[in-house]
Design a protein around this ligand. Structure first.
Ligand SMILES: [Zn+2]
Length: 210
């Protein structure tokens, strides 16, 4: 079992290893950060964003919650987006989901009044909106397809947000993509969504809106 003292011991080893390989690292990064990606992912413990894309420390500004939701009424999500776009000027925003997501599964199974149920209602609504097609699929296929549709919906939530739209209007470079990975092999796949301007998003949205 992991203990706090083991974690602290690991931390000291890690810190001295970094200092050994790059003596200036902590001095260089102590005053500011310049990440190139805002990563909105699931809280799932199996794989973290840094491992998935193998980028150096300092490259990824991270927001995670159950079901990788960008909730437009959630102050935490909005604060992260605002800081990443307006202050850090990240050129990339990634929404990353994963197959076999427990949050997505729960959203298909039941509802209730516990905080996690209320949070997952946001995926439940997406499921209901696509129920005709999703209900034609069998168990795992339906589960995985809903995970993909959920990523797509969150990408649209971000593109629809004033923080991003105003930045695009100012001419700020922001590329927004939806990715998903399989917990069986950790391989990422792009979901065909990529927007770098208000027009690119509007064109896609017009073509695919029901
Ligand atoms: Zn998940």
């Amino acid at each position: 079992m992991i203990t706090i003292s083991k974690m602290l011991e690991n931390n000291r080893k890690w810190s001295s290893q970094i200092t050994k390989t790059d003596p200036e690292y902590f001095l260089r990064t102590a005053d500011n950060q310049t990440p190139e990606v805002l990563w909105i992912g699931c809280s799932d413990s199996r794989v973290g964003p840094d491992q998935l894309v193998s980028l150096p420390m300092g490259s990824v500004f991270v927001h995670r919650n159950i079901g990788n939701i960008f909730a437009t009424n959630d102050l935490n999500c909005l604060a992260v987006l605002e800081y990443a776009v307006d202050e850090l000027k990240v050129p990339n925003i990634v929404v990353c989901g994963h197959y076999r997501c427990g949050g997505v599964h729960a959203a298909m199974q039941h509802s209730g009044i516990q905080p996690v149920d209320l949070w997952l209602d946001q995926i439940r609504f997406i499921y209901q909106n696509h129920a005709t097609k999703l209900d034609q699929l069998d168990g795992d296929e339906r589960w995985n397809r809903l995970a993909e549709i959920n990523v797509e919906a969150q990408v649209h939530n971000i593109c629809r947000n004033t923080i991003v739209r105003e930045a695009w209007k100012r001419g700020q470079d922001i590329n927004i993509v939806g990715l998903i990975y399989d917990v069986h092999d950790g391989v990422l796949k792009q979901l065909g969504l990529e927007f770098n301007s208000i027009d690119s998003w509007r064109d896609y949205y017009k073509k695919t809106a029901p």
